[in-house]
Design a protein around this ligand. Structure first.
Ligand SMILES: [Ca+2]
Length: 148
């Protein structure tokens, strides 16, 4: 957590700079369902993380790794709850959705099952690939805040 300087991120968010871009991330030390995680991010002043490209994914990975929070899964804003197999990011505080422009699924994922509708980053495997799971599963999560 960065408390010095201009405080570029919301309170309790950490600024991560990768490739000239800055991001604000937060990962509470607890687990929640996907919907609970989304609400938690809203209340804390952010949203579940959206991964637009490989550079941003690197920033998310660096953040997770720097926290020493490996061997877990982290919810992102990715979901195919509306149409199975049609993966989208929840954006604008749940009011709109955008198609995945970039993805990094683990081999054999997503499984395209009606009951696995939320996307998480699996840190149990070293390269942090993406997987789908039941949205009711309890996982850690990464919130993204706006940089000021
Ligand atoms: Ca699904």
């Amino acid at each position: 957590m960065e408390l010095e300087g201009q405080q570029a991120c919301p309170l309790f968010y950490t600024e991560v700079t990768t490739g000239g871009s800055s991001y604000c991330f937060s990962a509470p030390d607890e687990k929640a369902s996907w919907t609970e995680a989304s609400m938690y991010c809203l209340i804390s002043g952010g949203v579940l993380v959206v991964i637009d490209d490989s550079e941003m994914e690197t920033a998310v990975r660096d953040f997770i790794t720097s926290g020493g929070k490996r061997n877990s899964g982290y919810w992102t804003a990715g979901t195919d709850a509306f149409r199975d197999g049609d993966w989208q990011w929840e954006t604008n505080y749940g009011s709109s959705f955008e198609d995945f422009g970039y993805s990094n699924w683990a081999p054999l994922f997503p499984r395209r099952l009606e009951w696995t509708n939320c996307m998480y980053i699996d840190t149990a495997i070293g390269n942090m690939k993406w997987k789908d799971a039941s949205c009711n599963a309890q996982k850690r999560f990464v919130c993204m805040g706006n940089t000021r």
